[in-house]
Design a protein around this ligand. Structure first.
Ligand code: NAD
Length: 497
């Protein structure tokens, strides 16, 4: 059986823990590989490699860094099909979707290629007589990144390209369920000329994460994952004096106003609720149907899902793949089973779905729950599966109040033809990313991604300008080249003249 090892100091390393975790193909339910699980000692080795590499990389020229990144962009692009296949084999998502996440991840590499623009700094000349002030930004040192299973390539690419472009070195701890894409990304970085130790990958579980959170040589932690773990990461790493950005889970609402194009809204709801089997932090999981739109929308969603093809992600005919684990599939099913008892109407029940020839896969079909209310489990929890809840609201105000009462605030969307209503919504809604007739408003790489409330702990969103700020710290230099006539002792507080 293939073993996936760590990547430390520019080469694969077995590690000393001797522990391994299973890597399962979700379409078959069969363990095809195993992954090394790092001990604290293995993490220490990766951090030491990163710390040693920082001495040269942190002072390397911008020309050298961008040269590597431009080559890296081309290499990842050239290998995108191969990376997508690795993602499908371990995550289960369909090939086109896996390819899409590599492309979205490349946006951040492209942003990193232009780091020269972002690190220009600021200069004020003659702030006082013969005095200039320069504001510069410098790297932090060793940065750790901890990533979730649902985007094995894109979320790591949200982090390390920008971090290393800023002059940091990096230790990535990908999800142990989907380790191969991150390894391939690290190998390609080495091929692009990234010096050994600048990017390291350690696989592991809580033990590895905890060591990163407390390690004295780790300056900052970027985390993306579920809300309880994000909260824990933020509290623990902060307590150890580190800069932290911890992006958490979500329950994204889509508000459909009576004047919306309901065909467009139904397309959007189906794509955003059931794409990637609902395992996206920006998936739409609640459709708030305003003023009589619920019945026609439900009919249109049923029409569109009737022919949906569920199957293995490497079959080009499949539109939706399996869930990540059997346990997760059973948990998702339990929300559908429990919904009727709590008063919801189960319009579509996707539980019990099977795929011929793939009986061991973690399958579930699409579910649609109507007349859901905020007290129900299916509304309250992040289900992270292909389950769409419909909540009926009489008015815009009622729908908005529901969304704003949610403890999460990742993404949200409004569907309408009324520019005034859309403008009101974007100003009044409490969420970090808003779509107007766009159901999954993931910002492009040169803007920043992040939610509000329990969807993000810390004060920096990820990538874009916030990413550059997170991976650097500011310094302001005040310079004076005195003229001989300026001599003289003056104990007063310096003021400008
Ligand atoms: P998770 O929180 O279980 O795991 C994320 C990472 O944390 C993994 O690397 C994992 O090994 C590690 N981890 C898990 N338990 C830990 C513990 N007790 N202590 C320390 N580390 C631990 O998340 P997941 O199931 O891999 O991913 C799905 C979740 O991620 C969903 O909640 C989804 O909404 C969220 N997500 C959020 C975003 C975002 O941008 N806000 C993006 C993608 C996914």
């Amino acid at each position: 059986m293939q073993t996936i090892n760590h990547w430390i100091g520019g080469k694969p390393v077995e590690g000393v823990s001797g522990n391994h975790g299973p890597v399962v193909n979700p379409a078959t339910g069969v363990q095809e590989k195993q992954v090394a699980l790092a001990s604290a000692g293995d993490v220490d080795a990766a951090v030491a490699a990163a710390r040693d590499a920082f001495a040269a990389w942190g002072t390397s020229s911008l020309a050298k860094r961008t040269g590597v990144l431009f080559r890296y962009r081309e290499l990842v692009h050239a290998h995108r099909e191969e990376i997508a296949r690795l993602i499908t084999a371990e995550h289960g998502k369909v090939h086109a979707d896996a390819l899409g996440e590599v492309t979205r991840g490349l946006e951040i590499v492209e942003l990193a290629c232009g780091i020269t623009e972002k690190l220009k700094g600021e200069l004020s000349t003659q702030v006082s007589t013969r005095v200039d002030v320069a504001a510069i930004r410098q790297p932090l040192g060793v940065v750790a990144g901890i990533t979730p299973f649902n985007f094995p390539a894109m979320v790591p690419l949200w982090m390390f390209p920008l971090a290393v472009a800023c002059g940091n070195t990096f230790v990535l701890k990908p999800s142990e369920k989907v380790p191969s894409a991150a390894m391939r990304l690290a190998e390609l970085a080495a091929e692009a000329g990234l010096p050994d130790g600048v990017l390291n990958v350690v696989h592991g579980d809580k033990a590895a994460v905890d060591r990163l959170l407390e390690h004295p040589d780790v300056a900052a932690v970027s985390f993306v994952g579920s809300t309880p773990i994000a909260r824990y990461i933020h509290a623990t790493a902060s307590a150890h004096g580190k800069r932290v950005q911890a992006l958490g889970g979500a329950k994204n609402h889509m508000l459909v106003l009576p004047d919306a194009d309901l065909d467009l809204a139904a397309d959007a709801a189906v794509n955003a609720a059931y794409g990637s089997a609902g395992e996206r932090c920006m998936a739409v999981s609640v459709l708030v149907a305003v003023g009589g739109t619920a019945d026609p929308l439900i009919e249109k969603i049923k029409e569109r899902t009737a022919a949906l093809r569920i199957g293995p992600g490497d079959d080009p005919a499949s539109e939706m793949g399996p869930l990540i684990t059997a346990a997760h599939r059973d948990k998702v099913a339990s929300y559908v089973h429990g919904a009727a008892a709590q008063g919801a109407e189960v319009v579509l029940d996707g539980t019990g779905h099977t795929v011929e020839g793939y009986e061991g896969g973690h399958w579930i079909g699409v579910s649609l729950l109507d007349r859901v209310t905020p007290g129900m489990d299916a509304y309250r929890d992040e289900i992270f599966g292909p389950v769409l809840c419909v909540v009926r609201a009489e008015t815009y105000e009622e729908g908005l109040a529901l969304i704003n009462a949610s403890p999460w605030g990742n993404g949200t969307a409004v569907f309408t033809r009324d520019g005034g209503a859309a403008r009101r919504f974007q100003l009044e809604v409490q969420a970090g990313m808003v779509g107007v007739n766009v159901p999954i408003p993931v910002p492009v790489g040169y803007h920043s991604f992040g939610g509000w409330k329990d969807s993000l702990f810390g004060d920096h969103h990820i990538y874009g300008n916030d990413g550059v700020h997170f991976y650097t710290r500011g310094k302001v230099v005040t310079t004076r080249w005195p003229d001989p006539s300026d001599r003289g002792v003056d104990l007063g507080f310096p003021s400008n003249s």
